[in-house]
Design a protein around this ligand. Sequence first.
Ligand SMILES: Nc1ncnc2c1ncn2[C@@H]1O[C@H](COP(=O)(O)OP(=O)(O)OP(=O)(O)O)[C@@H](O)[C@H]1O
Ligand SMILES: [Mg+2]
Length: 239
Amino acid sequence: MPTSAAEPLLEVRGLTAGYGKIGVLEGIDFRIDAGEIVALLGPNGAGKSTLLKAISGLLPRSGTIRFAGQDISRASPGDTVRAGLVHVVEGHRVFTQLNVIDNLMLAGYGLPRDRLSVQVEEALSFFPEIAEKRNDRAVTLSGGQQQMLAVAQGLVRRPRLLMLDEPSAGLSPVLVDRVLAAAARLRESGTAVLLVEQLIEKALKLADRVYALARGSIVLEARADEADLPNRLERAYFG
Ligand SMILES: Nc1ncnc2c1ncn2[C@@H]1O[C@H](COP(=O)(O)OP(=O)(O)OP(=O)(O)O)[C@@H](O)[C@H]1O
Ligand SMILES: [Mg+2]
């Protein structure tokens, strides 16, 4: 369903989530517009990964979540993926005994076969060094290459919103730039990105807008080019 100009791509209102009796997120409100890169920053344990899991349906949650004109407040992870919202979870989760191509094919499970092969190639085109290793088992890839493969898996479905949870964790500076450059290319193609990142400077350079999460609540929203943002963020983290 098309999104009207006035409606954000993703709109979260009053989201509450946690693990069983442990409450983590309380009354989260935020939005992402089509084609926007939004950085989600915050200290360890703030609830960033929990927020992504609550949005994608990996965790029970209450509140309302609208995506691309649909109410996905109660959607399962499969439903959110089919709606065009893809979540690349923390830590490069790939099938180490499968080769690169099969990992990507699996990520596109259920797509018509002809579209699947086109979209697998498209996802690979973001990362030439794993395209070269298309027939190698994922276990033979470096950590950085596995991370690229995890991001490429997220791309296979041509999502309207890609949520990346610390895609740069454990990568060398060169590979971090490579992975973040893929996010910038995605924006050019109209895909929105929600980026959880510990490398604040790099995230701010790339993002259009920023939210900071601390102790389970949104404590700051700003444009990424706002002056004094690093200081405001620091106060928001520790305030
Ligand atoms: N499976 C779980 N069961 C119980 N509590 C959890 C679970 N996962 C996370 N938590 C708790 O929820 C809170 C938020 O964790 P979360 O992983 O969302 O933080 P984060 O902002 O992603 O942190 P990091 O930057 O370290 O990745 C923390 O207090 C954490 O201990
Ligand atoms: Mg996390």
